[in-house]
Design a protein around this ligand. Structure first.
Ligand code: SAM
Length: 495
């Protein structure tokens, strides 16, 4: 598998690929400390800053604040030039909030750097509450002259966490800033932090779903770390801190969910080893990056994989169904799911049901065209599944339902709440001890009723898990139904 947006065989949209496409030249970022402060430190909106922020304003490796910007720039450039020839540069205004000053001050600082030969861009890290109308107009002018990227801190979309970490700005303020920048065609990179105290995996995934919706250009994914002399030090034993494995697992889940067009500027954190308290595994950056690559390879997934519910549906089947299993497609429709299932159970068998002759004919043609032999289709209501497959009680490993209408058909025959739930209950009687049911349900009126009926199975001690890949209420969802005694580990989360 080769991911489209990568030069180096990574399974995510790398910043290197993005730069190479844009400049066709090696480009290096030089981190600067322009001496700005932050409205969350000086009392304008808060005191003490975010609870994890160090005195340097999260810029441990930027230039020395005592030196002029030009001196900082040339000192780092000299080191870089020894390593690479014909470099171009992006100046990175990194420490604290780099738009927290008057436009005159900003102009003086940015323009002094832009004059330097071979500087091709400016990256400006700031807070969403430090971008007013005058500043945005100036940034808009700058954007026409150079490659401009504004990096905005979001960290989390959850109010409770935001309060706990003392962010002191609202989600709507962030959203406004993104909108204003995007209206001026300025590239926006958003910062998020994983493992903020008390956040669950689902909360972290929700932050990604939100980022997808905003259509930002890039993302920096950080792991929260605790440094000496930061307010979060006192919380260090009060919440669970991820192991490297846990971090890699959540980052891979986030990548699978993230829109493939969003450029990954960072995927782990770079703490200062001299002040780092926890987690110490963060210093092994190479190993973290390699393990992320290995995990995606193992899962055979990539950035954006789970933006399609169908990919997720297929991945669950690939991970849990063996080639000798017997499986059922309870709604064969055009036959695509049947065909997929038959490629997985090469030595097993596929049964299919549909109430429409058109569907059975289409599925038969598709399977025959692909030389599939191990199948049998029934032109019958799937409510009769347990009677028709009576001989296969305790032998079926999977039943799939793709609810709704037959795609590309004029017919208005669709699955219905009552027959769907009757059929699911009948299917449950046929499952073996690793058997489960997967349902793709749509959010039209009948689909909502079907979903509600399926959820009622929980009252009878069945496990019903749901997966949604977006916050968009109009998108289909994937449901997993199984008996409490089922051997397979949950693939979807309970919501
Ligand atoms: N999985 C299909 C594919 O890959 O093309 C799409 C299935 S389509 C969304 C839903 C199908 O369910 C329709 O073909 C419809 O005829 C069928 N259907 C509706 N009610 C049914 C029932 N009670 N028993 C069996 N099939 C039913």
């Amino acid at each position: 598998m080769k991911f489209n947006y990568s030069l180096d065989n990574k399974r995510y949209h790398t910043f290197n690929y993005h730069l190479k496409k844009k400049f066709n030249n090696k480009v290096a970022k030089i981190s600067l400390n322009a001496g700005f402060t932050c409205p969350n430190i000086d009392g304008k909106v808060g005191y003490g800053g975010c609870i994890y922020c160090s005195k340097s304003g999260s810029a441990e490796f930027a230039g020395n604040i005592e030196d002029s910007l030009i001196k900082q720039f040339y000192e780092i450039k000299e080191v870089m030039d020894k390593k690479w020839k014909n470099l171009k540069y992006i100046a990175y205004f990194q420490a604290h909030s780099n738009t927290y000053a008057s436009v005159d001050v900003l102009k003086e600082k940015y323009e002094s750097i832009l004059k330097i030969k071979d500087v091709v861009g400016l990256f400006i890290a700031t807070r969403p509450d430090c971008i007013n109308e005058e500043i945005i107009n100036y940034l808009s002018q700058l954007n026409k002259r150079t490659y401009l990227v504004v990096e905005l801190g979001l960290q989390t979309i959850h109010d409770k966490t935001s309060k706990l970490i003392n962010r002191c700005h609202s989600l709507s303020c962030f959203e406004e800033a993104v909108k204003k920048l995007k209206q001026r065609n300025i590239e926006v990179v958003v910062h998020i932090i994983n493992n903020l105290p008390y956040e669950t995996k689902e909360m972290m995934l929700d932050t990604i779903r939100y980022v997808n919706k905003l259509k930002v250009d890039g993302i920096k994914i950080h792991m929260l770390f605790i440094s000496k002399n930061t307010p979060i030090e006192k919380l260090q034993d009060k919440y669970h801190i991820f192991s490297m494995e846990e971090y890699i697992d959540i980052v891979c889940d986030q990548l699978e969910l993230l829109d493939e067009k969003i450029v990954i500027h960072r995927i782990t954190s770079d703490p200062d080893i001299n002040t780092l308290i926890k987690p110490t595994w963060l210093v092994n950056k190479r190993s973290i990056l390699n393990n992320i690559d290995k995990e995606l390879l193992k899962r055979n997934t990539y950035q954006g994989f789970n933006t399609s519910i169908l990919n997720r549906f297929r991945q669950i089947i690939i991970n849990n169904i063996n080639e000798s299993d017997i499986v059922v497609d309870a709604t064969t429709g055009n036959g695509k799911d049947c065909l997929f299932l038959s490629t997985i159970v090469k030595k097993g068998f596929v049964f299919g049901f549909d109430i429409q002759e058109e569907a059975i004919n289409k599925t038969t043609n598709l399977l025959n065209k692909n030389n599939i032999k191990n199948y049998q289709l029934f032109l019958n209501d799937h409510q009769n599944i347990d009677k028709i497959l009576n001989k296969y009680k305790n032998k079926i490993s999977l039943v799939v339902y793709n609810l709704g209408y037959l795609p590309k058909s004029k017919s208005n025959i669709m699955t219905k709440k009552e027959s769907t739930i009757n059929s699911i209950k009948a299917s449950l009687k046929l499952l073996n001890n690793k058997g489960f049911i997967l349902v793709v349900a749509y959010p039209h009126d009948e689909g909502k009723k079907e979903k509600a009926e399926i959820y009622k199975l929980r009252k009878y001690n069945y496990i019903v898990n749901e997966y949604k890949n977006t916050t968009n209420d109009l998108a289909p969802v994937l449901l997993e139904i199984k008996k409490q005694s089922c051997h397979i580990t949950p693939q979807l989360t309970e919501i």
